[in-house]
Design a protein around this ligand. Structure first.
Ligand SMILES: [Zn+2]
Length: 291
């Protein structure tokens, strides 16, 4: 019997059948994948509203072999996104040890070091971890918990990672127990209850093969609570995008006759955007464990 990955309920209902045609490979899990609306079968929990792809739970091997050459092309914009999250964290925890889980090529770690944190990361993709290593950024190969990484941090960041794992609750519990007394976890994930998600339905850009868990505010808060954490800040993180990236994203929602090319001088312009379709929740460990 399949259980909800958050609350353990067996009351799961199929809400979207799988619609990928080809055999899944690491490429299907590319960070820059733009096959929006293509997913494994999605089941909704009747108790906590969490959506999960129960049939696609074994995804780690895909990430270990992941190579995504377009990812580095967006380094500047991704670094400035990381910095925005860190600026929120800085208000709550201005210094100390920081761990970034799912660190990619170390963009957030690099920003955190520049801001004065003793930062390190963990990344399962060998290719991304090597990119970090070439930049002399302390990113360990593997998953969390990691034997080379201590279990005491003042900030742990989990940015657009929790929707990729099949045991999100264990991951959050491990984070909670690895926080220092006043430590803070920063969790960012798409919000399936957002207006953008409701308007676009199953075509929403966050519905993609790599995302195997989908939270709304209720299920995310419930997961954090069960993991022994309490929120201290909840906000909608804004991102920055190049016009090129935004247009590529918007194109697939346009009728064919409107899909014209963009003049090249516009393409690389970077603009701040907030679709208000993700949550950023900063939380601290509760002294008392959840019942
Ligand atoms: Zn549930």
């Amino acid at each position: 019997m399949v259980h909800c990955w958050i609350c353990g309920s067996e009351k799961l209902r199929l809400v979207k059948p799988a619609n990928f045609s080809e055999h899944l490979t690491s490429n299907s899990f590319a960070i820059t994948d733009s096959a929006y609306g293509v997913t494994a079968a999605i089941y909704q929990c009747a108790s906590c509203e969490f959506l999960q792809c129960s049939d696609l739970a074994e995804v780690l091997p895909f990430y270990e072999k992941l190579v995504d050459s377009s990812y580095e092309a967006g380094r500047e914009q991704r670094s400035s996104q990381a910095r925005k999250v860190l600026e929120v964290a800085q208000e709550l925890q201005p210094s100390g040890r920081l761990l970034d889980i799912g660190a990619g090529s170390g963009m957030l770690v690099e920003q955190a070091i520049q801001m004065g944190y003793r930062a390190e990361g963990i990344e399962p993709s060998e290719w991304l971890q090597q990119l970090a290593q070439r930049r002399n950024l302390p990113v360990h190969l593997g998953t969390f918990p990691h034997p080379a990484v201590p279990r005491q941090f003042d900030i742990i960041t989990l940015i657009d990672v929790i929707e990729h794992v099949s045991d999100p609750l264990t991951l959050l519990r491990n984070i909670a127990t690895s926080l220092s007394d006043n430590g803070i976890a920063m969790v960012v994930t798409p919000d399936v209850g957002s207006i953008a998600a409701r308007i676009l339905g199953w075509k929403w850009w966050h519905f993609r093969v790599a995302h195997i868990g989908y939270f709304n505010k209720r299920s995310l808060l419930s997961a954090l609570n069960r993991a022994g954490m309490r929120p201290v800040i909840i906000c909608r993180p804004g991102w920055v995008f190049t016009i090129d990236y935004l247009y590529a994203r918007a194109r697939r929602y346009l009728p064919k006759f409107l899909r014209i090319g963009l003049p090249s001088f516009l393409r690389k312009i970077v603009i701040p955007v907030n679709f208000r379709d993700s949550w950023l929740i900063g939380c601290r460990r509760r002294t008392q464990k959840a019942p």
